[in-house]
Design a protein around this ligand. Structure first.
Ligand code: ADP
Ligand code: MG
Length: 678
C-alpha cells in the first residue's frame, strides 16, 4: 500500500512530497551534508573540486553569447582572481554584480579555459565586516521547486515553535538513555541542524557523530516498537489451543522413506509448542531451497487435524500450490485423509463442491492458491493457516488472509534467506524457526560459468545428460522492460532447442499459459515424458523434480543473486550429480561480474544473502518484504549493535513505559503506523 505521492505545486504540496506536514516532521528532516560558510578561503588556496567560500570584489561582469548565453563575472581578492560563470540568471543579476561590489561566493572551483572558475556559485552581496555564520550550513534533501533557503527557514521556524511548547522532550527515560550512552534527543537534533564548527564535518557526514547515533537509535527504536506492538496485539487476540494426540503425526513420520533432519525436528517442536498455546502462533519457517519445509508444514497441519480443526496451506502460484497439493495428498491418503484442492482455474462446479466441503467442515485439509481467501470461502473451524512465500502475495491478499485467519494459528514459510544480522529487526513481529541444515544425501550442485559464445557445447552436454536418463531446465532470460519480449524469447528458445534436439521431448512453460496448460506441462515433466523444460522464471520457487539434474540459465548476468540461488536449488534434489550452467553475455558490468562470482563460489543461501546485502545495501531487502515497512532514513540495519539495543529498549519501553512508547511512535511514524499492519 504505497503512500500516494501528492501532486500539485503549492509549497504545501512540495513539502508533502517530502513527507513534511508537521513541525515534528520538519525537525526530523535532517541534513544530507553541510557547507562550511564559517570560513573564508583565499583564491590562491582554492582547490579544484573542493567547495569553499571566498570573499571577493567584482572587477567586471558581462554577457557572453558563446557557446551559449551566459553571464561572466570576473572577481578578485588580495591573493588572486577568478571567474564566476552563470548559465541561468535573473535579468537584474548583471546589475547586482556591478564592478566594485563585495561578494561572498560559495561553490566548487575548477580549472577553466580562462583560469580558475566557479560555475553557478551561490552569491551574496555584503558590506565590509559582515559577520560570518557561526555554524555549518545544512543542506537538506529536497524536491524540485523547493529551495534550500526556503527549507532552512521553515525548519528554523518549526524549531522555534517546538522549543516554545517543548514537544521535543525525550521519549527515552533518563536511566535507559544513560545506560546506552546516548545524548538527549533535543541536543542531538539541535546539533545536526546547527553544528558548531568545532564538530568535524567528516564525522557529521559519515554519520558517526554521537548526535547521529542518537537519531539512528530513535529511528530503529520506532521500527522495533511498531513491529513488536503489532506482534503483541495479534497475540492478545486469542486462538484455539490445539491439543493433539500425536498419533497421526507419528504415523506420517513412520510412513516417510527418510528421517527428519535435526533442524526439521527442532522447527516442528517449536511449531507444535506454539499450536498448544491459547494465542495465535505467528511464526516464520525459514529454510533454504530444498531444506524440507513441506514436511514440517504437513506435520503442523496434521497436528491441527488431530485437535479437531481444519488446516489450510496457501501458495502464491498455481504451480507451487499444485506441487504442495500432490505431495500432501500422497502423504495423507494412506492415513485416510482427503486433501481438498482449491484454485481460481477450477471448473465452477468443482470449485463450489470444494467450497462446500470446507464450509461444512467435512474436510480438514485444504491446499490452494489465493482462491482460499476469496470471500465465498468460509472455513468451518480453521485452526491453522500456512502461507508459502508470503511476500509474493499482494497487500490486499495479505490483509484478506489476516482477516480470514484472524483467530487461527499462522505459519509463514520462506526460502528467501535473510542474513541473521537483518533477521532480528526484519522479523521483530514474528517468531522464527530456521532450517539451517539440508537433508542428507544431496549431491552438491556444480556451478559453471560459460560464455554465451559456447552455447552449442552446452546444448550438446544437455543432450548427453538427457539421453543418459536425466532431465534439464533451460531458463530463459529475464527481460525487465517487456513481458512480451520475454515471452517471445522463451518461444524462440523452445523452437530452436526443439529443432536442434529432435530426439528429445521438450516442453515450454511461462507465465502467460493458462493454469491448466501450465499444470499439464509440469505434470509431463514430473512424469518424465518431457526431458527438457524451457521456462521463464515461473519455476523460480518450489518446483521439485528430483530427476532433473541440469539447469541452464541464459543471460545469467541479468538475474539477481536470490533468484539465481532459487533457480539453482531446483537441481541437486536427487542422487545424480547435478550441474548449473550460467550462460553469460559479454561485456559484463562490474556488479554483474561480482554477482556471478558470488553465486559461483557459494552454495549456502545465507552466505549468498549476506554477500548480496553487502553488494546492494539493506534497502532492497526491506523492499522485498513489506511495502509498509518504513524505510530507514538515517539508521542502517546492518548496524547490529544498535539494532540489538533498540530491540531490547523496545521491549523495556512497552513493558515499563507504554505512554513513552506511544509518544515515540507518534514522533517517528506519525500516522504511518497503520501501514505496517499489512
Ligand atoms: P523446500 O524447503 O525447498 O520447500 P521441500 O519441502 O520441497 O523443500 O523438500 C525438498 C525435497 O527433500 C523433497 O523431495 C522432500 O521430500 C525431501 N526431504 C525433505 N526432508 C527430508 C529429509 N529429512 N531427508 C531426506 N529428504 C527430505
Ligand atoms: Mg517449498
Amino acid at each position: 500500500m504505497a503512500e500516494k505521492k501528492p501532486g500539485g505545486n503549492t509549497l504545501a504540496d512540495r513539502l508533502a512530497r517530502l513527507g513534511l506536514r508537521t513541525d515534528a516532521e520538519l525537525i526530523l528532516h535532517l541534513p544530507l551534508r553541510y557547507e562550511d560558510e564559517t570560513r573564508i578561503t583565499a583564491i590562491r588556496d582554492a582547490q579544484a573540486g573542493v567547495a569553499a567560500q571566498f570573499e571577493v570584489t567584482v572587477v567586471d561582469c558581462e554577457l557572453a553569447y558563446r557557446p551559449r548565453r551566459q553571464l561572466l563575472c570576473r572577481v578578485t581578492d588580495a591573493s588572486g582572481a577568478m571567474l564566476l560563470r552563470f548559465l541561468n540568471f535573473y535579468p537584474n543579476q548583471q546589475k547586482v554584480l556591478q564592478a566594485g561590489a563585495l561578494l561572498r561566493v560559495f561553490g566548487e572551483p575548477r580549472g577553466g579555459f580562462l583560469g580558475e572558475e566557479i560555475i553557478h556559485p551561490r552569491v551574496q552581496v555584503i558590506t565590509a565586516g559582515t559577520h560570518l555564520p557561526d555554524c555549518l550550513t545544512p543542506v537538506y534533501p529536497t524536491t524540485a521547486g523547493l529551495g534550500q533557503s526556503t527549507l532552512r527557514r521553515l525548519i528554523a521556524r518549526a524549531f522555534e515553535r517546538i522549543r516554545i511548547d517543548d514537544t521535543l522532550s525525550d521519549t527515552l527515560p533518563v536511566s535507559l538513555r544513560e545506560s546506552l550512552g546516548l545524548m538527549p534527543i533535543a541536543e542531538a537534533i539541535d546539533q545536526l541542524h546547527h553544528p558548531t564548527p568545532d564538530i568535524a564535518q567528516s564525522q557529521l557526514e559519515s554519520r558517526n557523530h554521537p548526535a547521529w547515533r542518537r537519531v539512528q537509535f530513535d529511528e530503529l527504536l520506532a521500527q522495533q516498537l511498531s513491529l513488536r506492538r503489532a506482534y503483541l496485539s495479534r497475540r492478545a487476540r486469542g486462538a484455539p489451543q490445539l491439543v493433539a494426540t500425536g498419533t497421526l503425526t507419528a504415523a506420517l513420520l513412520h510412513s516417510l522413506p527418510f528421517a527428519l533432519t535435526g533442524a526439521q525436528q527442532r522447527a516442528w517442536q517449536e511449531i507444535a509448542h506454539d499450536l498448544r498455546q491459547p494465542y495465535p502462533m505467528q511464526r516464520l519457517l525459514q529454510g533454504d531451497v530444498g531444506s524440507g519445509k513441506t514436511i514440517v508444514a504437513a506435520l503442523a497441519m496434521l497436528h491441527a487435524v488431530e485437535a479437531g480443526y481444519q488446516a489450510a496451506l496457501m501458495a502464491p502460484t498455481e504451480i507451487l500450490a499444485e506441487q504442495h497439493y500432490r505431495k500432501l495428498a500422497a502423504w495423507m491418503a494412506p492415513l485416510g485423509f482427503e486433501v481438498v484442492w482449491l484454485s481460481g482455474s477450477m471448473k465452477k462446479k468443482d470449485k463450489l463442491a470444494a467450497i462446500a466441503k470446507v464450509d461444512a467442515g467435512t474436510t480438514a485439509l485444504v491446499v490452494g492458491t489465493h482462491a482460499l481467501i476469496e470471500e465465498d470461502v468460509r472455513f468451518a473451524r480453521l485452526g491453522l493457516a500456512i502461507v508459502d512465500e508470503q511476500h509474493r502475495f499482494g497487500v490486499r491478499q495479505r490483509l484478506a488472509l489476516k482477516e480470514k485467519g484472524a483467530f487461527a494459528h499462522q505459519l509463514t514459510m520462506s526460502a528467501t534467506p535473510i542474513p541473521r544480522t537483518l533477521a532480528m529487526s526484519y522479523y521483530a513481529d514474528l517468531d522464527v524457526s530456521v532450517l539451517d541444515e539440508l537433508p542428507p544425501g544431496r549431491t552438491p550442485v556444480t556451478t559453471k560459468l560459460v560464455s554465451e559464445a559456447r552455447r552449442d557445447q552446452v546444448v550438446a552436454r544437455m543432450h548427453d545428460a538427457c539421453r543418459a536418463g536425466g532431465q534439464a531446465y533451460w531458463v530463459c532470460p529475464l527481460i525487465e522492460e517487456s513481458e512480451a519480449l520475454q515471452l517471445k524469447t522463451a518461444q524462440e528458445t523452445y523452437e530452436r532447442l526443439s529443432a536442434d534436439l529432435p530426439d528429445l521431448h521438450i516442453g515450454l512453460v511461462h507465465g502467460r499459459l493458462k493454469n491448466d496448460e501450465k499444470a499439464a506441462v509440469m505434470a509431463a515433466f514430473t512424469a518424465h515424458e518431457i526431458q527438457v523444460l524451457v521456462a521463464t522464471t515461473v519455476i523460480e520457487v518450489g518446483v521439485d523434480v528430483p530427476n532433473a539434474s541440469l539447469m541452464v540459465i541464459e543471460h545469467a548476468e541479468r538475474f539477481g543473486l536470490a533468484q539465481l540461488h532459487q533457480l539453482r536449488g531446483r537441481v541437486g534434489r536427487g542422487a545424480a550429480q547435478s550441474a548449473c550452467i550460467l550462460l553469460y553475455a559479454q561485456p559484463l558490468g562490474e556488479t554483474a561480474r561480482a554477482r556471478l562470482k558470488i553465486i559461483f563460489e557459494n552454495s549456502d543461501g545465507f552466505e549468498i544473502a549476506r554477500l548480496d546485502l553487502a553488494l546492494r545495501g539493506p534497502g532492497e531487502f526491506i523492499g522485498a518484504r513489506q511495502s509498509g515497512l518504513p524505510l530507514l532514513r538515517y539508521a542502517d540495519l546492518e548496524d547490529t549493535v544498535l539494532v540489538e539495543q533498540a530491540r531490547a529498549a523496545a521491549e523495556e519501553l512497552l513493558r515499563d513505559a507504554p505512554e513513552q512508547a506511544d509518544a515515540h511512535l507518534r514522533r517517528w511514524l506519525g500516522g504511518r503506523e497503520e501501514l505496517l499492519k499489512a
